[in-house]
Design a protein around this ligand. Structure first.
Ligand SMILES: [Zn+2]
Length: 193
């Protein structure tokens, strides 16, 4: 799946628990995008394409180097340590990471029909490569549908709880976004607010 879908999935996981604070939500959301850091080799690969010292970092490492249990545990540990050391943050970061892997198993097929197996036990073992023969393409309609549903959830949560992923960039932008939503769709007043 593309990074935007992964990001929105991570954000949804981060909102499972409404008691989390901003930095905990950030950690859990980023845990859902973290595996694709192994795709950054694409930059090096494009820049050196056709040269004598071609770096095939994308072809070699994407969907392998960081799409595995070892990195999942590391990401969960970093999430745990860098926030308030609450176990639930580590658990949700771990889940967020695994939903990324699941998303890639379901729908990340490339144009060359590559099914991108997920080598779950790397770098320790080649066993347990997750692959699904029904995997749809990266640009197939289920990914668009999933992204749209996640956006609706994201907007609803912003309206309901008063924060959105914009909080990661600017509290002001986030506040303005929530205010706009609530002006457009006023909350029912029932005397409790
Ligand atoms: Zn991925």
């Amino acid at each position: 799946m593309n990074p935007i879908t992964h990001f929105l999935l991570g954000w949804t996981v981060a909102n499972i628990d409404s008691t989390l604070v901003r930095k905990e939500r950030v950690a859990i959301t980023l845990a859902g995008v973290a595996p694709d850091l192994d795709g950054l080799g694409l930059v090096a690969e494009i820049m050196t394409r056709g040269s004598q010292n071609e770096l095939l970092w994308w072809s070699t490492y994407h969907h392998t180097a960081l799409h595995n249990l070892t990195f999942a545990l590391l990401v969960a540990a970093v999430s745990f340590i860098s926030t308030g050391r609450r176990l639930r943050v580590a658990v949700l970061a771990f889940i967020s990471f695994h939903i990324h892997l699941l998303g890639d198993v379901l729908g990340a097929r490339g144009p060359d029909n590559d099914h991108w197996p997920i080598p779950y036990l790397m770098p320790f073992s080649d066993a347990w490569k997750f692959v699904w023969s029904g995997q749809w393409e990266l640009n197939a309609w289920p990914n668009f549908m999933i992204t749209i549903v996640l956006l609706v959830i994201c907007f609803y949560l912003a309206w309901k709880r008063g924060y959105s992923p914009l909080e990661m960039v600017s509290a002001r932008a986030d506040g303005a976004f929530v205010q706009t939503l609530r002006q457009r769709f006023p909350k029912h007043r029932n005397g409790h607010e």
